[in-house]
Design a protein around this ligand. Structure first.
Ligand SMILES: [Zn+2]
Length: 93
């Protein structure tokens, strides 16, 4: 019910454009849907896994940035929201 549109994500460091969270590793089906709608970026197999991986991708200029814990937390919460929105009403058994 309380659908609050909180835009807590940063803006592009270069062009101040709209950014989307980057999903690292293999995304599930629900994330592919979101990626196709341009709501997130797929990081693919380019994963360092040691904190160097950027969390945000700019939709305008393609810049990838954001490696702080705060960026990571924000990006993850948006990804979780996209997963929740994509989830069917009755989960598979
Ligand atoms: Zn940009």
């Amino acid at each position: 019910m309380a659908e609050v549109e909180t835009d807590d994500r940063p803006h592009c460091e270069r062009c101040l454009g709209h950014v989307v969270p980057i999903v690292h590793g293999m995304p599930g089906e629900e994330l592919w849907g979101a990626a196709n709608r341009g709501e997130l970026a797929i990081g693919g197999c380019l994963v360092y896994g040691d904190g160097r991986d950027p969390c945000w991708a700019c939709r305008s200029c393609g810049l990838e940035f954001g490696t702080s814990d705060q960026d990571r937390t924000q990006a993850r919460s948006i990804i979780q929201r996209l997963i929740a929105e994509a989830a069917p009403d009755d989960p598979e058994p």
